[in-house]
Write a protein that binds this ligand. Structure first.
Ligand code: MN
Length: 242
């Protein structure tokens, strides 16, 4: 199975999580929140071909880490995978909206200039319109995966028109709104994520293999068995990598 948005480096025991992912033959997109975290996070899993480490600069850290953009540029050719990047329109993050847009725009323009087609995991909490405005401008930056999409239905339609992918985690489908959004997402664009260790169940951080929970939830939305849902998601994943 797959987990296309997971913070492996932020678990208290990353080595053991990596070992278990390998044992279970999971495909994992290990995202990072700062360019300075990339090298050590990449070392955690570089021997394992199913785990890829993405280079990112999280919008919530945009002000604090904008000075790491030159390091981002230096590392961009080391990997095809970018994330976590994006914008966050929450009240406490609006204060440094200027830095957020500067970081986001810079990264998208760098991706657009790079020779390979990047696969990009994107955060859009309370900022789906502004994120999509950016993706529209830099539409050739790569393949976009909207991680934990929670915007409006109108913006979701725009995202679909922009050919976005969607990674869904178990928390998203707990609310009626989340299920409604998931139902509207094209089934051939749906991927799975855990967003661990930020997501929890009964106080315990979700692990990459807990994306199995999403398959059960998707089987209800798609009116198919969870095995069939799993096949669909794996075929989407293979398509993404093309
Ligand atoms: Mn995340």
């Amino acid at each position: 199975m797959i987990d296309l948005h997971c913070h492996l480096d932020l678990y208290s025991n990353p080595g053991r999580i990596v070992d278990e992912c390998v044992r279970r033959e999971l495909y994992v997109l290990s995202v990072t929140n700062t360019p300075s975290a990339w090298a050590a996070t990449n070392r955690l899993s570089m021997r394992h071909k199913r785990i890829k480490t993405a280079l990112g600069l999280h919008p919530v850290l945009a002000k604090e880490r904008i000075s790491e953009l030159p390091l981002f540029d230096k590392l961009i050719n080391e990997t095809r995978y970018i994330g976590e990047i994006g914008l966050d329109g929450s009240k406490e993050c609006k204060e440094y909206w200027h830095e957020q847009t500067k970081v986001f725009t810079h990264i998208l323009s760098m991706c657009q200039r790079s020779s390979d087609k990047k696969i990009i995991s994107i955060h859009s909490r309370n900022a789906s319109k502004e994120v999509l405005d950016g993706l529209e401008i830099f539409s050739r930056a790569g393949k976009f995966i909207l991680h934990w999409y929670s915007g409006s239905l109108a913006q979701l339609k725009r995202a679909i028109d922009l050919d976005c992918w969607f990674s869904i985690n178990p928390m998203m489908l707990k609310s009626a709104k989340g299920r409604k959004l998931a139902k509207m997402m094209p089934a051939n664009k749906v991927l799975l994520e855990s967003d661990g260790p930020f997501t929890q169940q009964k106080g315990i951080p979700l692990k990459p293999w807990d994306t199995d929970i999403v398959l059960n939830q998707l089987s209800e939305i798609w009116y198919i068995s969870s095995i069939e849902a799993g096949r669909r998601v794996m075929s989407n994943f293979r398509e993404l990598l093309k």
